[in-house]
Design a protein. Structure first.
Length: 369
C-alpha cells in the first residue's frame, strides 16, 4: 500500500474510533460494566400459575368509568372486541405518543389529568390508560412488555402494549396502543405470543401506514415478552411476580437501563401466555421443581459495593415456605420463605435444593463494576 493510501486508511480508522468513542460517551453506557447472567438452569416448565385480573366493580374502576362516561362510549358495541377498538380510538383523542415522555404516574386517572395540556404520553402511559379503561367496562385486558436484547444498554429498551381477551377466537389479541395498531395473521388477530412466534415480518400490521418503517423501528423489541401475574390495581396484590418468555438456548436479562427487572419467572414456551381469563383456576399440584425468583432491594440498602437482592422459591403458583440455598459453594442453609442475597463483584453462584441434598436449580450471575 502506498504511503498516501496508508495515511488515508489510518485517518479513516481514527475517525471511526473517535466517532464510536463519542457516541459511547454521549450515551454514557459501557458494555464492559453491568449485571450478566452466565448460567440459568432455572427455566419454569410448568403451567400451574394463577393469574389475577381486574374487577370492574371495584371502587377505583367504577370511578374511572363514571369520570369518563365509558359505558356510554361503547353502549352500541356488539361484543368486547368492538368495545376495545372503540376505546382504542377514544384514547388517541386524549393522548399523543412520545416515547421519551416521563410522567411518573401509575394509574389512568392520574395520567389523563397530568396530560390534559400537552397530551404527550409514553407507550407505558398509553398501556396503563388503555388497559384500565377496558377493565372498567368489563373487558379482560393486561399490559405486556416486549423487550430488546441487551436492554441494560438500550436507552429505548422496551415497547409496552396491551392484550385484550377476544372471546370469539378464544385467545388474546395484542394491540400496540401507543402506535394505534394491532397484528393479524391468516386466521385472524394475533396474540403477543403469536407475534413472538412469527416475528413482525410474519404479521399483517393493521393501522400502520408504513409497515417497513414500523418494523425497522420496533423489531429490536421482540426478543422477550413479559406480563404480570397480578393484573389488578389492588393495594394488597396476590402476587408481585412476572412471567417472561425468552427464546430457547438464550440467557435471561435481569438488569435494564437504570433499574432491574421485577421478580420474574422465565419460560421458554409460550403456552402459559395463552390461557383464558374466564377459566377458573384449579391448583393441580403439577409443578415438579421449584423455581428461584430474585427481587432487587432498594438501592439505598446496597452496601460495600454489593447489590442486595431478596431470593425466594416458587412452586404451584405460590412461594415455598421452606427450602435450601447454597451461595458460592457454601453449605446448604435452610430458608424460611425469603433470604437476602448480596451480589458481589465477580461470579455469584446460587444453588437451590428442596430437601437440602438434591440440587434442582443453579444460576450464575457475573457483576462487573
Amino acid at each position: 500500500m502506498a504511503k498516501a493510501g496508508l495515511r488515508k486508511f489510518i485517518f479513516i480508522i481514527f475517525i471511526m474510533i473517535f466517532a464510536i468513542t463519542m457516541v459511547s460517551c454521549k450515551n454514557g453506557i459501557s458494555k464492559d460494566k453491568g449485571m450478566f447472567v452466565t448460567q440459568w438452569n432455572n427455566i419454569y416448565e410448568g403451567k400451574n400459575i394463577r393469574f389475577y385480573y381486574e374487577d370492574s366493580k371495584s371502587t377505583y374502576m367504577q370511578n374511572l368509568n363514571t369520570k369518563y362516561d365509558l359505558d356510554n362510549k361503547v353502549k352500541d358495541s356488539k361484543d368486547d372486541l368492538e368495545k376495545a377498538l372503540k376505546i382504542k380510538e377514544w384514547v388517541h383523542t386524549l393522548l399523543q405518543y412520545n416515547k421519551g415522555t416521563f410522567i411518573g404516574k401509575e394509574d389512568a386517572i392520574s395520567i389523563l389529568e397530568a396530560t390534559k395540556d400537552s397530551k404527550k404520553a409514553s407507550d407505558r402511559d398509553f398501556a396503563i390508560v388503555y388497559s384500565e379503561t377496558l377493565s372498567s367496562i368489563g373487558v379482560y385486558s393486561r399490559i405486556g412488555e416486549f423487550r430488546a436484547k441487551d436492554s441494560q444498554f438500550q436507552k429505548e429498551g422496551s415497547l409496552y402494549i396491551c392484550e385484550v381477551w377476544n372471546e370469539a377466537q378464544k385467545k388474546w389479541m395484542a394491540i400496540d396502543i401507543a402506535n394505534n395498531c394491532y397484528y393479524e395473521g391468516k386466521d385472524g388477530f394475533l396474540s403477543a405470543a403469536e407475534v413472538m412466534d412469527k416475528g413482525l415480518g410474519g404479521a399483517k400490521l393493521i393501522g400502520v401506514k408504513d409497515a417497513k418503517k414500523y418494523i425497522s423501528k420496533n423489531n429490536k423489541f421482540f426478543y422477550s415478552y413479559t406480563i404480570s401475574i397480578d393484573n389488578t390495581k389492588a393495594i394488597n396484590k396476590k402476587s408481585n411476580s412476572f412471567i417472561t418468555y425468552i427464546p430457547s438456548n438464550t440467557l435471561p436479562e435481569i438488569k435494564i437501563l437504570n433499574k432491574y427487572v421485577e421478580p420474574t419467572i422465565f419460560v421458554n414456551k409460550l403456552d402459559i401466555f395463552k390461557g383464558s381469563p374466564k377459566i377458573e383456576y384449579k391448583d393441580d399440584k403439577s409443578d415438579t421443581l421449584a423455581t428461584l425468583i430474585l427481587m432487587k432491594k432498594d438501592p439505598k440498602e446496597d452496601k460495600d459495593g454489593n447489590l442486595n437482592f431478596v431470593l425466594g422459591a416458587f412452586k404451584d403458583s405460590a412461594m415455598i415456605k421452606e427450602y435450601y440455598v447454597s451461595i458460592n459453594g457454601s453449605e446448604m442453609s435452610k430458608v424460611n420463605k425469603y433470604i437476602d442475597v448480596a451480589i458481589k463483584e465477580g461470579k455469584n453462584i446460587i444453588v437451590l435444593s428442596e430437601d437440602g441434598k438434591t440440587i434442582v436449580r443453579q444460576i450464575i450471575i457475573e457483576y462487573k463494576k
